[in-house]
Design a protein around this ligand. Structure first.
Ligand code: AQP
Length: 327
């Protein structure tokens, strides 16, 4: 039997090339490898932690579904579903909450960063975000989770909760492993010490940006001192990030790119990169513009995917309830 693989993305805004190269492109490659039974979902319950306006959330759910399909996820090959349509995600989260420990959740970098950002108004959902993620993964007997490396800590909590539950109640959950790409952390265009992040739109190139927007953003991207196109994460973090992006898009090695741009300045390199980004996502933009007009098709894909996913999830929750004495 094929191993189960699951991952989700939050519908919290447009996807950037970090989400794409850290996660979405890998989803498509893993799906097409034929080696896994794949589940990909719209993490709309997680998105609620940002308190979105209802209209925006609804539109973002459709947008992300169109992103999934336009980049090559195929409902005939993968189960594509909407987290909130399967209520047992929330039910298992509650059960796992009772074995999760506050001090271990307090260590989560994402929570600490967001808590700083929102100060007194930080919500409880942000705090137990990793427990919901654990429920998402453990409900499906998942072996592999393709994610960017910003999610490693959360996945570690998932593994901890699986182990703890198994120890207390007997073997129930599989301990999942992460699958990373060669670019597990794309950095911000304006601060290469930080990851590219949807909540900082000026740090991102979005995958449905027009060629004009791509041009403006890459021209504005910070560079390092000196003028050489040379990969050195420590001394030249900005140009190294742009080289990694270029390499992911073109399939050329960093070494080949350094040779190609030897003796050229940042401006020549950036102009070339602008063309490469715009061309790479041209088909995606075309596909998405068609898909996004067909709302009913998008909702119907989510509905039928969610029906399929819920069959597996419902079985698991029954097993869990028996183990803990609720059934
Ligand atoms: N910069 C990144 N490089 C590589 N992978 C990344 N991911 C996110 N940022 C990068 C991966 O994208 C997947 C989906 O992310 P998400 O939407 O679930 O959550 P996120 O990590 O919160 O995305 P953002 O853009 O970073 O949003 P904010 O600004 O809200 O924090 C995940 O697999 C993630 O690893």
């Amino acid at each position: 039997m094929k191993s189960i693989l699951i991952s989700g993305i939050q519908p919290t805004g447009k996807l950037h090339i970090g989400n794409y190269f850290g996660a979405l492109k890998n989803f498509v490659d893993l799906q097409n490898s034929g080696k896994y039974q794949c589940y990909f979902f719209i993490a709309d319950l997680h998105a609620l932690t940002e308190n979105p306006a209802p209209k925006d959330l609804n539109q973002n759910i459709l947008n992300l579904t169109a992103d999934f399909l336009a980049s090559g996820l195929d409902p005939k090959k993968s189960v594509i579903f909407q987290q909130s349509r399967i209520s047992v995600h929330s039910e298992l989260m509650w059960i796992l909450n009772t074995i999760a420990k506050i001090p271990e959740l307090e260590l989560m970098t994402q929570f600490k960063d967001k808590a700083k950002q929102f100060r007194q108004s930080v919500n409880l959902g942000l705090f137990n975000y990793p427990v919901l993620m654990a429920a998402d993964v453990l409900l499906y007997n998942t072996k592999f989770v393709p994610v960017g490396n910003d999610q490693d800590q959360h996945l570690e909590i998932t593994r901890t909760l699986a182990r703890r539950f198994n120890k207390i109640f007997g073997k129930t959950f599989v301990e999942p492993k992460a699958i990373h790409t060669l670019t597990p952390r794309v950095m911000s265009l304006i601060n290469p010490e930080k990851k590219m992040s949807k909540s900082q739109p000026e740090s991102c190139v979005f995958i449905d940006d027009s060629p004009e927007q791509i041009k403006a953003k890459i021209k504005k991207a910070v560079t390092d001192s000196g003028s050489e196109i040379k990969y050195n994460r420590k001394d030249k973090p900005a140009i190294s990030n742009l080289l990694e992006i270029y390499s992911s898009l073109s399939g050329k090695t960093i070494n080949d790119l350094e040779k190609k741009f030897k003796g050229k300045n940042y401006s020549v390199f950036k102009n070339d990169l602008i063309g490469v980004v715009a061309d790479y996502f041209a088909d995606f933009r075309k596909n998405k513009s068609i898909l996004i007009k067909n709302k009913s098709k998008l909702f119907s894909i989510l509905k039928s995917g969610s029906q399929k996913a819920s069959q597996r999830a419902e079985k698991k929750i029954i097993e869990v309830k028996k183990k803990i004495g609720l059934a």
